[in-house]
Design a protein around this ligand. Structure first.
Ligand code: DHB
Ligand code: FE
Length: 279
């Protein structure tokens, strides 16, 4: 059976792409953020994943407001990135893993998650930048990938409890996959941020800290909140923390922290990073 080696959750602010392209990692603005990654990369070199299942939210590159699946799973041999207008370089295509994709899709539909299946799918900054942060030296991402997209851009959004259950179902399916592959789960987005409106720039350090701690101590903690609560507590785009919740849920009941970093701000965002392993 496949091995679920662990999970990484990280913010995906587009400006990170510019910082990488311009080699700004050691600048005072960027250093506290980029310094979080070497310990995670060392751990990845130890656990040697072959494939990453990436929970992320598309921001309009693949899905637009006219057609918005709640949950969508990629089932393509490759996934292309494209210019989204952020002024960051387009990254090379990502290798898919159709066998794992279809295994996940079948398992999810069996568990009554009626996902949209995408045999063609473009992946945006929320997918590409976290993988680039994990494997900065490889021009082409060295692991195969399966995108799992959760709608956090157009209401109604799936609840935190529902995203947690989706993550549990994905984790169970990975562990039951008849393969010797080593699988990493990744959750991208958050933490607290709001990009527009009256509360533009809103950040909630106390909530973010409590949320990060809860992923180890009490992983279902955030499922007590409605989407409206989460918008109130974390900002309109802070709800991207649903991706962290799904990735954590995939790891099973107990997980230990491998590494964590939290830094305010990157652009408009409280930027967080965690690496966790099943305990
Ligand atoms: C920013 C954050 C995001 O999560 C995103 O998708 C786009 C922009 C920001 O803080 O600039
Ligand atoms: Fe985002």
């Amino acid at each position: 059976m496949a091995t679920l080696v662990g999970g990484v959750t990280t913010s995906h602010v587009p400006a990170i792409g510019r910082a990488i392209a311009q080699n700004l990692q050691q600048e005072p603005y960027w250093k506290p953020w980029f310094d979080g990654f070497p310990p995670v990369r060392r751990w990845l070199a130890e656990v040697r994943p072959d494939v990453a299942v990436v929970f992320y939210n598309d921001h309009g590159l693949n899905f637009f407001l006219d057609k918005m699946p709640t949950f969508a799973v990629g089932a393509a041999p490759t996934y292309e990135n494209d210019d989204e207008g952020w002024g960051i370089p387009t990254l090379p295509p990502y290798r898919g893993d159709p066998a794992l994709s279809w295994h996940l899709i079948e398992a999810l539909i069996e568990r009554e998650f009626d996902v949209t299946t995408c045999q063609e799918m473009r992946v945006d900054h929320a997918f590409t930048l976290p993988l680039k942060l994990l494997w900065p030296d490889d021009e082409v991402c060295p692991v195969r990938t399966v995108p799992v997209c959760i709608n956090t851009v157009q209401f109604p959004l799936p609840s935190a409890a529902r995203c947690f259950r989706l993550g549990q179902a994905v984790g169970d399916a990975i562990r039951a996959w008849d393969s010797d592959a080593r699988v990493l789960v990744v959750g991208t987005g958050g933490l607290s941020h709001q990009l527009d409106g009256e509360r533009a720039g809103f950040i909630n350090r106390d909530f973010d800290r409590a949320f990060m701690a809860s992923l180890i101590d009490d992983p279902k903690w955030a499922t007590q909140y409605s989407i409206e609560d989460l918008v109130e507590l974390t900002g309109t785009q802070g709800v991207e923390l649903l991706m962290w919740l799904a990735a954590r849920a995939a790891l099973g009941d107990a997980a230990r922290q491998v590494h964590a970093n939290y830094h305010i701000p990157i652009s408009n965002t409280a930027a967080g990073l965690m690496a966790m392993a099943p305990a």
